[in-house]
Design a binder for this molecule. Structure first.
Ligand code: C2E
Ligand code: CA
Ligand code: CA
Length: 556
């Protein structure tokens, strides 16, 4: 209480010290001295600032009394501090400066000036809020999310949380097909559903156009995070009803755990985003594991190692049968690259093909794969004493189509192994037709001229401008695994597969369903009119000898 401190009543106009010119338009100035604590307060805008009555002064002195005293007792001549008065809802912020005045009768004195910063503070807070909020959904945006993760990291409870990156799959097509208004409407509904399956202390943020993120509180570690990922995906299963139509949205999820290493907040977000990229390729939720991802992340290391791998023969091909669904016979084998390092580590093509594409190593790698496939096919023919009866399907990267002379390479391999072009199917993805359509078309025509068949790989996942299909010399569509997996429990997927099949029929294209893992799926696909199938139900990718044995056994 002021009376306890011996504060005299403020006298309204009594600037005994010529101090005003020293100050930045203050709200209030107090000249205080303390020798057994006596204050002389000079009031300027005191009343306006709410300190005029004794309650106001009490509040002020309660906050600042100790610091005032400590300053007066110290030898300092000047001290600045921030002061907040009031409750959380209605608080005012002051910039306080204490300046020593000459002693009076041996008693130390100081001048305290207070500049009201409340309006600036409020602007800054609301600016900060605006800057960290996504205006469409009202969720925290990338900046806001970074701040929230930072808070958790600083808290130090590393085992207690995870960061999930949630990317909507193929969302850019929604905007392209339906206009951004519908896209916005959809994003809001997606946000609402995602939020609906989170617990109250989890935070959902929108970190990019079609990217969401979750700061998840964990009860029991990884399992908890995986379950939450499952719930988030489940939340999107029901189609969304927009004004004019309904649409399905799926998402890929990457997880970074707080317990992993001593990552900073930004690292954790990056790790989760890294994991989600991988998840897009593998088709399943991925947890960031520092070791695995370090290999992949360090471009340099994987690139150098891949270069050596190519030279040292660390790569080999595995072969997976593609079966005729009506007879069960093997029609062809898809050649799939495998990399086993000298340390015995198996690196998946899902990880090294993108690096090869980015670094240009895909050209020698693709040449090697094509040659190795040709060599193997010739070897099988030699064992069979005649045409072994299977074709070889080889993946050809869009990057290689752009950079390499594919037709010359193909011709050379045919000549080297004495094979005809019709023993090969070349698998291309839709991206080949986006990057350089003219060149792709030329190469395709040349390959077909030599007898090769062309298959459109991963059909349905890319840009799917169906009109172009008609114009391209394609023989076969491979329906992407993501439509086949889980199809029996998902009427939308059945509808998509049915649509692709009838489109293929109309265009006179043959179809292969990828990822058939059960007999039930096989039956359904046969019933829908699909001609070929590939998947673990028939065989996983196996080495050349095992593949030949399987061919002999199945096609006998
Ligand atoms: P892709 O061309 O779509 O190959 C099919 C992938 O699906 C293979 O993965 C195969 O192992 C997997 N798969 C087959 N049946 C099933 C199934 O029933 N269930 C599940 N869950 N998966 C199944 P893999 O071998 O990991 O290859 C991944 C991708 O790497 C390939 O996808 C292809 O895009 C690329 N790739 C592999 N080898 C080469 C290559 O020599 N050249 C190029 N350019 N790309 C390659
Ligand atoms: Ca393929
Ligand atoms: Ca495929």
């Amino acid at each position: 209480m002021p009376s306890d401190l011996g504060l005299p009543e403020p006298s309204e106009n009594d600037p005994r010290e010529p101090i005003l010119d020293l100050l930045p338009v203050p709200t209030a100035i107090i000249v205080a001295n303390a020798g057994g604590v006596v204050f002389e307060a000079v009031n300027l805008a005191f009343r306006a600032a709410g300190f005029a009555d004794s309650d106001g002064r009490a509040a002020l002195l309660h906050e600042i009394g100790d610091q005032l005293l400590s300053f007066l007792m110290s030898g300092d001549t000047r001290r600045r501090m921030a002061l907040r008065l009031g409750d959380a809802v209605d608080s005012r912020h002051y910039d306080v400066t204490l300046a020593r005045r000459p002693e009076s009768v041996g008693i130390p004195r100081c001048m305290m000036s207070m500049v009201d910063q409340t309006p600036e503070q409020r602007t800054e807070t609301s600016l900060r809020r605006e800057m960290s909020t996504d205006s469409l959904t009202g969720l925290p945006n990338r900046i806001g999310f970074g701040d929230l993760v930072e808070e958790r990291v600083v808290d130090g409870d590393r085992d207690g949380f995870a960061v999930l990156a949630v990317n909507l799959d193929r969302f850019s097509r929604v905007n392209a097909c339906m206009g951004s208004l519908s896209g916005d409407e959809l994003l809001i509904s997606v946000a609402r559903r995602l939020k609906g399956v989170l617990r109250s202390n989890d935070v959902l943020a929108r970190t990019g156009g079609d990217e969401f993120a979750v700061l998840l509180s964990l009860r029991d570690g990884t399992e908890d995070a995986l379950q939450a990922a499952g719930r988030l995906q489940q939340a999107l299963v029901q189609p969304f009803q927009l004004t004019d139509f309904s649409i399905r949205v799926e998402c890929s999820i990457g997880i970074a755990l707080g317990e992993d290493a001593d990552a900073e907040a930004e690292d954790m977000i990056r790790h989760a985003q890294f994991a989600v990229k991988r998840s897009k390729r593998t088709g399943q939720t991925e947890v960031y594991r520092p070791h695995l991802f370090d290999i992949v992340r360090s471009q340099f290391s994987i690139e150098t190692r891949l270069r050596h791998a190519l030279e040292d023969g660390q790569l080999h091909l595995a072969f997976q049968p593609i079966c005729d669904l009506s007879t069960g016979r093997i029609n062809s084998f898809e050649a799939l690259a495998r990399w086993t390092t000298p340390e015995g580590e198996n690196i998946s093509p899902v990880d090294f093909i993108p690096v090869a594409e980015e670094s240009g190593l895909i050209v020698p790698l693709g040449r090697w794969a094509m040659a190795e496939a040709g060599r193997t096919l010739a070897e099988w023919d030699r064992r069979a004493g005649t045409d072994c009866g299977a074709r070889m399907a080889v993946n050809l990267s869009a990057v290689q189509l752009q950079r390499d002379n594919v037709e010359a390479m193909f011709a050379a391999i045919l000549a080297q192994y004495g094979l005809t072009g019709d023993r090969f199917t070349i698998e291309l993805t839709e991206s080949a037709f986006i990057v350089d359509p003219d060149r792709t078309l030329c190469t395709m025509l040349a390959l077909k001229e030599m007898g090769a068949a062309i298959a459109m790989d991963d059909f349905g996942t890319g840009y799917s401008n169906l009109a172009y299909l008609q114009k391209l010399p394609i023989d076969k569509l491979k329906i992407d695994r993501s439509f086949i997996t889980g199809m029996l429990a998902d009427r939308d997927k059945v509808a998509i597969v049915r649509a692709i099949l009838s489109l293929a029929q109309a265009l006179g294209l043959r179809t292969t369903a990828e990822g058939i893992e059960t007999q039930e799926l096989e039956h359904t696909l046969v019933a829908l009119g699909c001609a070929f199938g590939q998947g673990y139900f028939y065989s996983r990718p196996i080495d050349a000898d095992a593949a030949y044995a399987l061919l002999v056994a199945r096609n006998a």
